[in-house]
Structure formats: C-alpha cells, structure tokens
Design a protein around this ligand. Sequence first.
Ligand code: ASP
Length: 325
Amino acid sequence: MTLTKTLAGLAAGTLLSTTAAFAQAYPERQITMVVPFSAGGPTDTVGRLIAERMSADLGQQIIVENVGGAGGTLGAGQVAGAEADGYTILLHHIGMATSPTLYRNLAFNPLEAFEYVGLVTEVPMTIVARKDLEPTDFPGLVAYVKENADTITMANAGIGAASHLCGMLFMQALDAPIVTVPYKGTGPAMTELLGGQIDLMCDQTTNTTEQIKGGTIKAYAVTTPARLAVFPDLPTVSEGGMPGMEVSVWHGLYAPKGTPADVVERLSASLQSALADPGIAEKLGELGTAPSPAADATPAGLKAKLEAEIARWKPVIETAGVYAD
Ligand code: ASP
C-alpha cells in the first residue's frame, strides 16, 4: 500500500469513527422543534405531545418554538436554513406538500431541503362555526353561505395552511368566494371563533374536538370518507353532498438537509417509540385521530407521502388558480 493510500485510509477511518462517536453522543444538549404555526393550535398540540415523549426517550429536552406566518412556510424556511446538526427539527403538516404549488417563489424546495424523520399522525378536519350561526345542518350551511357569501367570514392559517386548503375546496364546491381572514395558526383563530368575531373555519379535530363536545362551537361535517368514532352523529362531507372535499392533515417530522444519517435514524427511532406509547395513542384517540403506523413513521414513509401528496394537490391548486404570490 502506498503512503498516500495509507493516509487516505487513516483519514477515512478517523472520519467514520468521528461520525459514529457523534451519533452515539447525540443528543448532548437541548433540541428545538419548530412548529410553523401559533401555540395552542392543532400542529402545536401534536408537536408538544411527541416532543414530551421523545425528550424522555432521548434524554434531552425538546423545546417547541412556534414560528407562525405565511401558511407555515416561514417556520419551514427557517428550518431549511438551520444548521444540519440534529438540534433543529421541524414538525409540519400537509402544507409541506401544497406550498411548492401555492408559493411559486418559495425560497426552498420541500423535496430537497430536508431529511425525513417520519410520519407522525393523520388528522381529520371538521367544518365548524361560531355557536350561534343560524344553520342547523350541513345542507342548511351550504344554502346560508351561498346567500351570505359577501358577509360571512372564514378563518384560516394563511395560504398553504390546511384550513386554507379545506376552505378552498369548500368554496370551489359552493362556487362562492367567501371573505377569508388569515391568522398565524388556528389556535388564535379558534379564540376568535369562540368569541363570535369570525363565522366559520375548517380545522383539525386536534383543535376542535373539545369545543365541539363542550358545545362552545357548532360542527357541521367531518372531511373524512367515513364518520369518526369521536363524533358518531356528525355527517361526512360526502353525506352532506360534497364528495370532492375529503381532506385529512398528515404531520411529518423533518431535519435540515445534511443532518447526519445516524442522527436522523436516532430521531426516527425515538419518534417510533413515542408513537408506540399507549398514552400517546389514547390522547390522539380522544382528539379524533391515531398515531401513524410504525412502518410510516420512517424516513421512507414520510418521503413517499410527501411525493404522493405534492402530485395529488398540484392539479387541484392549479385548477383553483389560487396562488400566494
Ligand atoms: N390548523 C392549522 C392549519 O390550518 C395550523 C395550525 O395552527 O396548526 O394549517
């Protein structure tokens, strides 16, 4: 063996053992999980739930940082540009798949800017209103919205948010544009719905279940193909005459592109163990959903989902012709 080859071999060996030692030691300090919406909303709820269990598993605290705005693209962009060392991660949702079509000038490419950790959960949506809105059922709501399209207000978390996507499908089906009011997340939008300052919203059950059950807001339909066990009396949008507007909100966990593979694996294993925790399944069940199956809570599972969802929503958004820019 030549001296050059020997030196190269030694250098490679050092690199390998350094990488392995890094992964073994990881995490050595607090991790930041960016949630690209306001505190108190559904993405935040899911984020805090898994952050707590993953912190216990990893032996280091995962702190949630809410970076709301522009339908989740601000927070996602922040993580796309963060150091790829495993100490900044991102809990996002379906907006990762809709934003590359909705934002024609998006500063990052969702398919290239991240390492995939795994799918977390898939959450149904509900069409809800302030509790004193007149209509008593979904067909009644449809007629009411058509008659009052210029005065009724619908909240969303900005273009690219799940609430925006659901509202867009609703307006498409009604063929009536409604006045939309954007927030940095549907946590603050829910506060305004409860206060009666806003009329309508479409949001995840992780944000609406307690209020629907408590009677503090009115629910008209669920956006899933079948009724939900938590609301057996609530019809589906198909039953209400809108079969085209089924949508559910999947959440995925990401790290910036270039995060070492061993670190991504460690995060993914930690996510899987959090999702296997019966306490998490129970809490998500109470909120109308369930943890993603272990096979999907993997880098490959999330990558496949993101690719399929970008392809699914691109033509829908292009047909609607609604863009953020
Ligand atoms: N539910 C929100 C959305 O419409 C986001 C959130 O606050 O979690 O995308």
